[in-house]
Design a protein. Structure first.
Ligand code: UDP
Length: 395
């Protein structure tokens, strides 16, 4: 109760006054959740601060933007707690308590804690027990057994119901899963991810052509998959789909960010098969997503599990390329089938192949989807609109 009053009183001090927020995330790897965080933190600038539980690319990027960032280093056992279950979670409790103390200490001069991940939230919720300011959980994951053990989910939901002043979710799908797992519906606010369209609008066809020349890809259909390399992101689905499409080349943009080396080896073995040789281009992690997307004829999203949001889908639309996405989770909120993109059943590589073929043979359809997708992305996910709803959600 007191927590809500404190945020409310900030509002009364003047509409323009922003709360001072301590942003907390357990990882410094640049995944979608961290890229979304980066955009948010940049708005709040140096009157806020970021606390991370590990060092990495996010810290470097924040520091280069002049945003105060600190690290309370957690052990790899605690950082890797996710789908692992009971005993490991219990063993991590003393460290979580220590991290909660670090948050409390840092948060003394802040109005609000924004927890950008489940681990950050659990720790921040413990910190409220130790007297720190109210906590908002920005939930960017679908809370299912595939990604979180039952114990992890139960603890997070219990703490959310007790200690979160809000649970901001990045799609209806994420919100539904939170409620289905026992979360209180009244805590939930949907705030989609927001995007700056300029980098996509200013990426030129010349840049795109240069990329194709460097890759030695000329007059052939080019399909792009932009995602970290991970089994549930489904790069293998695309490889299987294009086996029977001998004219198609693909670029795989992204890296194994969380140590999925076994999967990378598996993908390399697949790509070495005679039908695919020379047609799979590995680009690793890249920072120049807009021109790379412009270099493609088609953007695909191939997750085999429901995607909480699916940033790459909106980015593909902003790049004015037709997008084909796996029909589950947040993707269903980003694509109106046959209008702003195409869908296929998750994991069904034959259905994906059919959708790719359809776009290759019907260029007019591709242009239509690209144009409608662009309008939808600009209308629904522009950064300004989304920032407004974020600000409302935390007030
Ligand atoms: N991305 C990137 N470089 C890469 C591959 C991906 O910057 O090499 C970005 C991509 O543009 C998107 C984000 O990583 O903004 C991935 O977000 P998404 O929601 O698609 O998946 P997540 O990583 O959150 O599971």
């Amino acid at each position: 109760m007191t927590q809500n009053i404190k945020i409310g009183s900030l509002q009364k001090q003047g509409a323009k006054k922003q709360p001072k927020i301590l942003f907390v995330d357990h990882t410094a790897v640049l995944g979608g959740a961290e890229l979304s965080l980066l955009d948010l933190v940049t708005v709040y600038g140096n009157q806020s601060e970021v606390l991370l539980f590990s060092d990495g690319a996010l810290k470097k990027t924040l520091a280069s933007r002049g945003i105060p960032v600190a690290i309370a280093k957690a052990s790899s056992e605690t950082l890797n707690l996710r789908s692992s279950g009971g005993i490991k979670a219990i063993k991590s409790l003393p460290e979580l308590w220590w991290l909660a103390g670090q948050i409390r200490q840092k948060a003394q001069n802040f109005d609000l804690i924004h927890a950008n991940s489940q681990k950050a939230f659990v720790t921040a919720a413990l910190a409220t027990l130790r007297g720190s300011p109210p906590v908002v959980w920005h939930l960017r994951d679908i809370l299912t057994a595939r990604h979180f053990s039952r114990l992890n989910r139960s603890i997070a939901i219990f703490l959310a119901n007790q200690f979160a002043t809000r649970v901001i979710v990045n799609s209806q799908a994420t919100g539904k899963a939170f409620v289905a797992a026992g979360g209180k519906p009244e805590l939930v606010r949907v705030v989609y991810n927001g995007f700056h369209s300029e980098p996509f609008e200013t990426a030129s066809l010349e840049q795109a052509q240069k990329i194709r020349t460097q890759l030695n890809i000329h007059d052939v259909p080019l399909v792009g998959l932009f995602s970290r390399l991970s089994p549930w992101k489904g790069q293998h689905i695309l490889l299987s789909a294009i086996k029977q499409l001998p004219q198609v080349h693909i670029i795989l943009v992204g890296d194994a960010l969380f140590g999925e080396q076994e999967y990378v080896s598996y993908l390399k073995t697949l790509a070495d098969e005679p039908e695919l040789q020379g047609r799979v281009h590995w680009l690793g992690f890249r920072n120049d997503i807009p021109p790379l997307m412009k270099a493609c004829d088609i953007i695909v999203h191939t997750s085999t599990e429901p995607e909480p949001f699916g940033r790459v889908i909106v980015e593909g639309q902003l790049a004015q390329r037709p997008v084909i996405a796996a029909a589950a989770g947040g993707a269903l909120e980003l694509i109106e089938p046959e209008k702003t993109g195409l869908l296929f059943p998750p994991g069904d590589y034959n259905a994906l192949k059919i959708q790719i073929e359809k776009l290759i043979s019907d260029r007019a359809l591709g242009s239509f989807l690209a144009q409608q997708g662009y309008i939808s992305a600009k209308t629904n996910f522009s950064w300004g609109t989304i920032l407004d709803s974020f600000q409302k959600a935390i007030s």
